[in-house]
Design a protein around this ligand. Structure first.
Ligand code: 5GP
Ligand code: ZN
Length: 114
């Protein structure tokens, strides 16, 4: 499958990895919009939130545990951060492998998204 995030998860494409376990990997966004901008993805290919089905839902606790752990590692757990997942065309999704943006390191304001 020609999916850039599968290739990142398989280390076929280099990325700045900040977290990894059996099910989840996280790396810095190549085009950051905040001082901390990290993408958290399941290693298994799922297209989007809207494509979640069956066993896929079991990935979500692991993803959110990873998000919390990354926030602590990045020193933004107390200052705060935003978690975003774009789904589909109107959501502005560009890469069709489920991912959660973590944005932090400064006040993100109400309107900034990715
Ligand atoms: P989306 O718009 O689908 O929610 O977000 C996709 C994100 O992936 C964008 O913020 C984009 O900068 C990031 N991105 C796209 N290609 C690469 C890549 O090859 N490496 C990394 N680290 N980030 C990427
Ligand atoms: Zn993929």
């Amino acid at each position: 499958m020609d999916c850039i995030f599968c290739k990142i998860a398989n280390k076929e494409i280099p990325s700045d990895i900040v977290f990894e376990n059996e099910k989840v990997i996280a790396f810095r966004d190549i085009n950051p919009v905040a001082p901390v901008h990290i993408l958290v993805i399941p290693k298994a290919h799922v297209e989007s939130v809207q494509a979640l089905e069956g066993e896929d839902y079991n990935l979500l606790p692991d993803i959110f545990k990873a998000i919390k752990e990354i926030a602590v590692k990045e020193g933004i757990d107390k200052s705060g951060y935003r978690v975003i997942s774009n789904s589909g065309k109107d959501g502005g999704q560009e890469v069709f492998h489920l991912h959660f943006h973590i944005l932090g390191g400064e006040n993100i304001g109400k309107l900034r998204c990715k």
